[in-house]
Design a protein around this ligand. Structure first.
Ligand SMILES: Nc1ncnc2c1ncn2[C@@H]1O[C@H](COP(=O)(O)OP(=O)(O)OP(=O)(O)O)[C@@H](O)[C@H]1O
Ligand SMILES: Nc1ccn([C@H]2C[C@H](O)[C@@H](COP(=O)(O)O)O2)c(=O)n1
Length: 221
């Protein structure tokens, strides 16, 4: 299949990255996790003022989406590497001490605009790509081949995240209910003709992957 673009949205720890990785491996897609940009900027905010991050985002931060994902470091999610001022910070962006910065970056509309421009430049480079994160269906890939909204009960999402990070010290564990933004995005995706909603609460990852591939075949046919 060529010209395959997929967007995956959904609340925290619903399995977006897991599904995207499976799809990327199965279909040979590039993989962009937009949450990584937000987390990288939360890290960068420790070192640079937000004004500089906004205006020099493109030169400060370099994403390296991988065509064939490799999970490194024993289960901690590291979808692709990211450089900040030339330094590989992939390992450093998953820490609860950055949660306050993460909130500031997420709520800064000027920052969000610059992040979107950065992501648009990245996706333009790839004919086949899966992008993950809040609002990617609406803002980044509105013409994707398939838009997936992935859900799971909050208690299950929290448990999965705990298990994922159990052995890795102080990592960000916050898993709240679906936010107003999550629900807004879900409703926007539901209104799209080529959308697929998957509840993974009782479905293991391979079942979710199969459902997504089936959905893609239906819409790509
Ligand atoms: N269908 C599933 N069944 C059971 N466990 C799953 C399933 N999907 C993902 N997981 C596990 O749940 C955890 C969270 O998954 P993942 O990191 O893919 O979620 P996410 O939505 O990308 O999270 P975030 O909101 O931080 O971006 C991981 O440990 C993953 O292995
Ligand atoms: N397109 C996006 C991606 C991420 N965010 C926010 C949401 C979270 O607070 C944070 C980290 O995302 P995660 O790694 O958990 O997917 O970034 C957003 O607002 N828009």
């Amino acid at each position: 299949m060529s010209g395959v673009t997929l967007s995956i949205d959904g609340p925290t720890a619903s399995g977006k990255t897991t599904l995207a990785t499976g799809l990327a491996e199965e279909l040979g897609l590039a993989f962009l996790d937009t949450g990584v940009t937000f987390r990288s900027l939360a890290y960068a905010l420790e070192h640079e003022p937000v004004e500089k991050l906004r205006t020099e985002l493109g030169s400060l931060l370099v994403h390296q989406p991988e065509i064939h994902h490799r999970r490194r470091g024993g289960g901690i999610r590291q979808p692709h590497s990211v450089l900040f001022k030339g330094e590989d910070i992939t390992q450093k962006i998953w820490h609860s001490s950055l949660d306050g910065n993460l909130k500031s970056i997420s709520q800064d509309q000027a920052c969000r605009r610059e992040i979107l421009l950065l992501h648009q430049r990245i996706v333009e480079k790839y004919e086949n790509i899966v992008a993950v994160g809040r609002d990617v269906a609406v803002t980044l890939l509105p013409r994707a081949s398939l838009h997936i909204y992935l859900t799971a009960d909050q208690a299950i999402r929290r448990e999965r995240r705990r298990a994922q990070y159990r052995d890795f010290g102080d990592r960000s564990l916050a898993v709240g209910p679906a936010t107003a933004r999550d629900l807004e995005n879900r409703d926007a995706i539901r209104a799209m003709p080529n959308a697929l909603e998957i509840d993974s609460t009782y479905s293991p990852a391979p079942v979710v992957l199969t459902a997504a591939l089936r959905g893609l075949r239906r819409y790509a046919a």
